[in-house]
Design a binder for this molecule. Sequence first.
Ligand code: AMP
Length: 394
Amino acid sequence: MTSAILVVNAGSSSIKFSLFMDRSDTLDLTVRGHVEGLFTAPRFVSKAPDGTVKSEKSWPAGDVLGHAGAIDHIIGHLRSGFGDGSRLLGIGHRVVHGGKAFKAPVRVDARVLSHLEAFIPLAPLHQPHNLAPIRRALERVPDLPQVACFDTSFHRTQPAVAQTFALPAGLREAGVMRYGFHGLSYEYIASVLPAIDPVAANGRTIVLHLGNGASMCALAAGRSVDSTMGFTAVEGLPMGTRSGSLDPGVILYLKDQLAMDARDIEDLIYNKSGLLGVSGISSDMRTLLASEEPQAKLAIDLFVYRIRCWLGALTAALGGLDAVVFTAGIGENSPEIRSRVCSDAGWLGIKMDDAANVAGHERISAGTSRVAVFVVPTNEELMIARHARRLLTQ
Ligand code: AMP
């Protein structure tokens, strides 16, 4: 009998899902979809991998369909489609925070769930939404196993110096440390590198996850040794709407001199900064690249400049550089940003093949480049499905 794994990625107002069929040597995506507009104008859609709509449903505007109702609908919808003899093996959930304790994905029961709830203060904007579907599924379909996969756990291989802030030790004990994020994306890239290039897989590689959220990770033989995101997913690069690293004194100034409270500052650094804040135009890189406005140019310049600086810093952390990998929305789709990043990094031994870059090839470095450069689409959902299958079939 064929088994299927449901992958769930729950945010504040939407739940995205993907269904993978276990074909023993591969996991094949068969359905993907979402429920958007939770609590306001909920709408469900499921699609075949080619984008053909298979099912749709809308609830009356203002219907208070939340995460619990949405996951009930998704599970009910998918289970009703299993008349073909296949069965749902379990659900793999994306969970932003695994704290210090969870160094790998875990099967969730009530005890594990309460442990994960203890990390809500570390990621208050994401963790509660990630956990809501797990709680509901444990109640409603206790026979269906749940697996939590964390954005943080891939980074637990980092040396202590990369995970530590220069703060009193007691604060580190209390959990104030650099966790790192986008771990499922980096883990996926590390998992496919051996088939792409043995030197990148076994050597010193920097992966640039450049999407609406953006970060970079230094891999030594496929293991994370440092990353640009730290205690929260705000540290590091400027992003679509997040500020990236700030002098901590800025936060004190905003509070003391501009009378902003914690929620105001949170809204500022998560939702109103980055490309959007600097440009005053958009958080979308495509819009900024198409704009003639000087502020749009400044926002892009700043994004590229910070990448340049972090490339230097992460190369220092690795003690050298063998390969660079671009991934996520901007990294996979913008030859212009890739070109600018690479020409800034000529001093590191990077030489781009411009034609290969524009053509969207997998390897975009010139034959004479000392550092190999690749474009590799990320696939966090597949990474979650792989983890869930491994844990549920052991
Ligand atoms: P993600 O969060 O990985 O889905 O990435 C979203 C980001 O990718 C958005 O900021 C888009 O502006 C950006 N993006 C997608 N396609 C392109 C493109 N062709 N050129 C530049 N940026 C792009």
